[in-house]
Design a protein around this ligand. Structure first.
Ligand SMILES: Nc1nc2c(c(=O)[nH]1)N[C@H]1C(S)=C(S)[C@@H](COP(=O)(O)OP(=O)(O)OC[C@H]3O[C@@H](n4cnc5c(=O)[nH]c(N)nc54)[C@H](O)[C@@H]3O)O[C@H]1N2
Ligand SMILES: Nc1nc2c(c(=O)[nH]1)N[C@H]1C(S)=C(S)[C@@H](COP(=O)(O)OP(=O)(O)OC[C@H]3O[C@@H](n4cnc5c(=O)[nH]c(N)nc54)[C@H](O)[C@@H]3O)O[C@H]1N2
Ligand code: SF4
Ligand SMILES: [Mo]
Length: 697
């Protein structure tokens, strides 16, 4: 069959929570539906490549299960009995209940909750205006970046790095703790270009032989949570074998005799014991890096989702500071450019409305918070109402037993604004239908690169679906606000935000669809000094200074942190009862829990399964394809065993966030993960769970 003919093709941007933030060319068909979605060829980072799940977006936007009308729960929570209501009824009820709860329990009993289901700032962050207006409880954003970002800032002083297109000019690309083939395919475009055009070596460091490592020249499979040990032993070898750039370190870092003495004890033999790598592998990696000035370190999120993830990120980042790779085009490091946009979002988030300083509740601890854990509630009273946008905590948040128990509370009034009947929406009192990115206006920052992109509304929303922006404004008006910000269109908020930020005017930006915020190369590679006041990279981090930059909150005694870059042995320990370490790595065809209802993605991912080493499986009598149960003191999950020799014995990998219901037994993978805030500043250690595994009976 021929593809239907496009009536026009529009430029848009992928709204999903992915560092690539691809520029898209979307075919709009004569009947107003969408056809093919392709990566923009003229965008230098997207370079015509997008992932398969977004290429099939017609399946998602025109899915028969899209929510189209507001719904009110009529049966018990979670029973799936709904009554269709009008928008006016829904909004009136929300406003009345919020006001009643506020007058009985105070504004902090209401907790607006959101995340990055859309990365558009207007639709994602507008909920902050509602919070500011009434003084509702604040949200401490830890779930994704809480561990990674502080670790990076600890070294450089700024969340920014070398333009990742320059990976293509590297002689060695180190892809560390990111499964880029699954999670940000564009990294591969530029890394592979370096290999093809310059014969560059590609190194992948992970805890299993994933799809990215399959394409590597050197693959290092280490034990979970041991990256800090690999990093400091690498530096030991660089110093020992005369490969450290002492001149660069003298000029640009806080390198000291004390740090050198510390590294002298971090031998490859010591690290081999911890990481499970051989001494030859560690020395081979160190020599490759030490002999290749143009080495590019692409540091991902994955290895930061361990309890020691912040210190591991910092330790890995120290390596290019020791070799001076930052000095060379094609060298240096990159994790995210999210510290470089210089956007003024004060109107968008309603800073002018904020009164007082309400308590700050940790989003990763939604389970403990909702069941009334006093520490998680910061000593305040219970949460009695929530409005949830762009996130699906019933599936994605850790310690799912508690999350589910909390969301089911009869004395919690839960409003969920969604595109689909997610497992969070199923527990709501009121469900509101939401638009998708091609149905509203917004701008997006590309954390994995240097651009800010604009995505216009180009098709009609199904049924009565409304954007986040419209819903927040409508609720605020019903709560009695006459502030003009609640009567501005989404497009005008984009325009206003650009104007306040001294960006080009929206009309200009619309012509190309983007603004390039790339910094001069010298700044991006810190050629005139790192972002700390003395211009020096920190091998000995000042975590308090990191906290000051981003307003991070300590969750541990500062004195327990290692003084220098190091391996910090604080991951969840295995024991006789829980002899395995489980990581919940990303699936290729899902994006967190998004796409876990589209046919193409479901076909590709199949049933929820777990990789286990054949030696472990043989010992436990587990055959390939056998039904197994994986558990710990937090809960248990049923999966299908997949025998795989690309991981270490004692390690299990379960890819992806399938629907909880897709698991036999109906419990999802986050039954096993911990909500305990990881030091220094919180964050969920999703890949750090000690578990047992046995055949299902
Ligand atoms: N297809 C797809 N794309 C996605 C997502 C998705 O779920 N699916 N999620 C999106 C989101 S929200 C984000 S934040 C990004 C995250 O994308 P990434 O930066 O890639 O981070 P993770 O997906 O957490 O994990 C990446 C890799 O880290 C590995 N890992 C786990 N523990 C360790 C460790 O201790 N050491 C090392 N070296 N590696 C370890 C995992 O096995 C996995 O292969 O991806 C985004 N893109
Ligand atoms: N076990 C395990 N758990 C994890 C992770 C892991 O690696 N392992 N990764 C974690 C990470 S990195 C993250 S970032 C979180 C992410 O978790 P979430 O932020 O919950 O991400 P999604 O599961 O993609 O859910 C986003 C939801 O937002 C909805 N949505 C999208 N756009 C809009 C919109 O414009 N308006 C409204 N109202 N709704 C919209 C989508 O339909 C979808 O249901 O998950 C975390 N959970
Ligand atoms: S999910 Fe990521 S790789 Fe896929 S189109 Fe969106 S931004 Fe690009
Ligand atoms: Mo994330």
């Amino acid at each position: 069959m021929n593809a239907p003919i496009a009536q026009r093709t529009i430029r848009s941007v992928c709204p999903h929570d992915c560092p690539s933030v691809c520029a898209l060319d979307v075919d709009i068909l004569a009947d107003g539906t969408i056809g093919r979605v392709r990566g923009a060829k003229d965008d230098p980072y997207t370079a015509g490549v997008i992932c398969e799940k977004v290429a099939r977006y017609a399946e998602r936007i025109h899915h028969p299960e899209r929510l189209t009308h507001p719904l009110r729960r009529v049966g018990p929570k979670g029973a799936g009995q709904w009554q269709r209501i009008s928008w006016d009824e829904a909004l009136d009820e929300i406003a009345q209940r919020f006001l009643a709860i506020e007058s009985e329990h105070g504004p902090e009993a209401i907790w607006p909750y959101f995340y990055a289901g859309t990365m558009g700032h207007v639709q994602r962050d507008g909920i902050e205006r509602l919070r500011a207006l009434r003084g509702y409880s604040h949200q401490y954003d830890t779930i994704c970046t809480g561990l990674a970002w502080p670790g990076y800032i600890a070294g450089t002083g700024l969340l920014g790095g070398v333009n990742p297109e320059q990976m293509a000019e590297a002689d060695c690309v180190v892809i560390w703790g990111t499964n880029a083939v699954h999670t940000q395919v564009n990294v591969m475009t530029h890394a592979m270009k370096a290999r093809k055009t310059r014969g560059a070596k590609v190194v992948v460091i992970d805890i299993y032989r994933n799809a990215t490592m399959d394409q590597a020249d050197m693959g290092l499979v280490l034990r979970p949570g041991t990256d800090g040990a690999l990093a400091v032993a690498t530096m030991h070898v660089l110093l020992r074998d005369g490969l450290a750039n002492r001149d660069y370190m003298d000029r640009f870092t806080d390198f000291s005799p004390e740090f050198e003495a510390h590294l002298a004890t971090r031998t490859p033999e010591w690290a081999a014991d911890i990481t499970g790598l051989s001494v030859a592998e560690i020395e081979g990696f160190a020599h490759l890096i030490g002999q290749t000035p143009r080495s590019f370190f692409r540091l991902g999120f994955g290895f930061s989702r361990q309890r020691n993830g912040s210190t591991a990120m910092h330790a890995a980042l120290c390596i290019p500071a020791m070799t001076g790779a930052w000095q060379h085009r094609g060298g240096g490091a990159f994790h995210s450019n999210s510290g470089t946009w210089a956007l003024d979002k004060s109107r968008l988030t309603g800073k002018h409305l904020q009164k007082g300083t309400p308590r700050l509740l940790d989003m990763s601890e939604i389970g403990p918070i909702l069941i009334g854990d006093a520490r998680a509630l910061q000593g305040g009273g219970p949460v009695h109402a929530m409005i949830v946008q762009n996130t699906n905590p019933a599936t994605v948040a850790p310690e799912q037993t508690l999350v589910q128990q909390g969301l089911r509370r009869d004395d919690l009034f839960l409003v969920v604004h969604e595109q689909f009947m997610t497992e969070t929406a199923e527990l709501a009192d009121i469900v509101l239908p939401a638009t998708m990115f091609l149905e509203h206006n917004d701008y997006y920052t590309r954390g994995g690169h240097t651009r800010v992109l604009y995505g216009p509304a180009v098709v009609d929303a199904p049924g009565e679906a409304r954007s986040n922006h419209e819903v927040i404004n409508a609720i605020a008006q019903r709560l009695g606000s006459d502030d003009p910000i609640f009567r501005t269109s989404d497009r005008d908020v984009v325009a206003d935000t650009f104007a306040r930020s001294n960006y080009p005017a929206l009309e200009e930006v619309e012509k190309t669809g983007y603004i390039d915020r790339g910094r001069p190369d010298d700044d991006a590679r810190f050629a005139n000094g790192f972002a700390w006041p003395d211009g020096r990279f920190r091998f000995a981090p000042n975590w308090q200074a990191v906290s000051d930059i981003k307003g991070y909150r300590w969750v541990c005694d500062p004195a327990i942190l290692p003084r220098f870059a190091d391996h910090w042995a604080i991951t969840e320990a295995t024991d006789a009862e829980h002899p395995f370490k489980l990581a919940t790595s990303p699936a290729r065809a899902f994006l967190n829990s998004s796409f876990n209802q589209t046919p193409g993605s479901l076909r590709r991912e199949g049933e929820p399964s777990v990789f286990i080493h054949p030696d472990d499986a043989a010992r436990l009598g587990i055959a390939n394809g056998a039904p197994v149960v994986v558990g710990n003191h937090r809960g248990s999950v049923q999966l299908t065993a997949r025998l795989f020799d690309g991981l270490r014995t004692g390690v299990l990998i379960a890819e992806g966030l399938h629907r909880n219901k897709a698991h036999r037994g109906g419990q999802g993978i986050n039954m096993l993960t911990s909500a305990e805030p990881a030091p220094p500043f919180g964050g969920a250690p999703f890949h750090d769970a000690a578990v047992w595994i046995r055949l299902a009976s």
